[in-house]
Design a protein around this ligand. Sequence first.
Ligand SMILES: *Cc1c(COP(=O)(O)O)cnc(C)c1O
Length: 351
Amino acid sequence: MTPEELVRPEILALKAYHVPEAGNMVKLDAMENPYPLPEEMRRELAQVLAAVDLNRYPEPTGRRLRELLARTMRVPAGAELLLGNGSDDLIQMVTFALARPGASMMYPAPTFVMYGVDAVLSGMKALAVPLREDYTLDVDAFVALMKARDPALVFIAYPNNPTGVLYREDDVVAILRAARGVVVIDEAYHVFAQKSFMPRLAEFPNLAVMRTVSKLGLAGIRLGYLAAAPRWIEQFNKVRQAYNVNVLTQAAALYVLERIDVLEAQAARIRADRAELGAALARLKGVTVYPSQANFFMLRVPDAARTWEALRRQGVLVKNLDGPLLRDCLRVTVGTPDENRILLTALREAL
Ligand SMILES: *Cc1c(COP(=O)(O)O)cnc(C)c1O
């Protein structure tokens, strides 16, 4: 038989996540931290990794790493951590655990695409609640639909990707109060927003705070963590693939997170450059810049496809978001000051 006959129809209808080849372009499409680790740390890290026993399976739950994360990320007492092979892995674990027949997942849209993908893979019904025209949260509509549909799972990206908008804390609290299911606050950009629900975990028994080290400067090692009450972690942990966080990732994370001040200084630099880049982008004629608390900006331009192509020809790679929900929008990562200058110059050409 053929794939068309055997593969589940909802999977046949999906498109694999596409990542364009960056070559030696200025890469501003994926919210990566543009700064490498200092040379001395790279050398020391090489020695740490050389000593890792690659012939042994990892400690399955990453105990030492969980302890270090709990300390450095101020996870409140009473909450437990679950580690993922990136937070994409955690989104999948939570979704698969809650995908009872007929269960639904809710999220404001547009947002991070993986929530919807995992709804499809798990058979959960996805309920996407449109954001307002300025991409702020329509909390009344959201809570009304929650009351009508009683979702088992809610995802709130805080701040949101791909818009960069940080919702009002009170609005998120209204959702937490209305929820009977699990609410995952996805704080992939917490170092840039400097706002978090981590300190409020104990207030809401069904709240889970999810983070990743990807945007902080460690996208390559694939590590995410989810903090929640033990009774939730106990269940989600059953869905986890036995050795989902490999020995090299655990060793590298242990080494770098002991020196988190280095990454935090880089993030502070990016926050300062974000302010400057945002102001410069806003001065471009014909461009609408949405306010961002993340390490990227969403822009609306007169013709996204044309501008994207013109940037590419000038060696600058950004993300084209153009579609029904995000007409003529591009997303640009905050890079180094040099990269930001190159982007601005190229954009002036490209508009
Ligand atoms: C980048 C991103 C993630 C994925 O992070 P990984 O840990 O790299 O898988 C999750 N959520 C949001 C909102 C993101 O922007």
